[in-house]
Design a protein around this ligand. Sequence first.
Ligand code: G4P
Length: 289
Amino acid sequence: MQIQWYPGHMAKAKRMMEDNIKLIDVVIELVDARVPLSSKNPDIDKLAQNKSRVILLNKHDMADPTYTNQWKKYFEDKGYFVSLVNSRSGQGVKQVKDIVNKACEEKIARDRRRGILNRPVRAMVVGIPNVGKSTFINSFVGKASAKTGNKPGVTKGKQWIRISKNIELLDTPGLLWPKFEDTKVGVKLAIIGSINDTILDTRELALELILFLNKYYKSLLVKRYDIVIEDEINDLKDAARLLEAIAIKRSCLLKGGEPDLERAANLFIDDFRSVKLGNITLEIPEQYE
Ligand code: G4P
């Protein structure tokens, strides 16, 4: 799903979130493990005050496991309950029930003290477009659960899905809007393919990605394209030379034999998105401590 965000869309998404969030105990927030901060909208912290919070590092099958573990700790240190999931394969999805229960332990104990036994906790999945909300919900819900139907006191039309004896999930995810104030956020979301490539053209995205990979994943670049990187790559101009080398290695050439940078950029970005370059994380936790 690709959405152009206008102020009207954001206001609507925010209103829906405000309405739904009143009904729930725990927010299950999906972020993309390759860009955990750029795929997270901090506005949710204000909207979800006083709610239990779970963060799922989704698509961790595509990210760098070392950094994913560091991100897990980063969010845990901030008080979130965190788990890694691959919603596409279902790996890690079952464990989310345990995490939700853990995040709600205090609420369950409070209910118990008041004599309320076995009241299910209510959860809602939130995240920016393309982060994997629908895929996760399908996997989390599985076959076993049934819709519980409308309940008194709940806004008409809201569907709750019984996940287990003590968890109910709102069937529609809450849509968060990306936080574009920092231009780097838009670039990273475009590189992973989460938003329209129109923010920058593919060539510019490729050059930005080359700059980053040269710094943190040089060996993957060298291995994938069988190139030698001897010069310092400090800016986009330097990165363009590397893209040329990739174009030549991959026979992306124009009629006159010149490197076809447009084609090479597309091939390069595709290689990244399909994990052919390897498991890569675009945000390094230590830079955000
Ligand atoms: P959304 O509701 O948040 O907008 O996201 P959605 O579930 O539609 O997922 C967006 C894309 O991300 C889908 O790919 C989906 O398969 C993929 N995806 C979701 N979770 C994971 C994950 O944990 N790992 C990986 N590798 N991919 C994941 P698509 O190509 O757009 O669709 P499809 O071809 O898979 O149907």
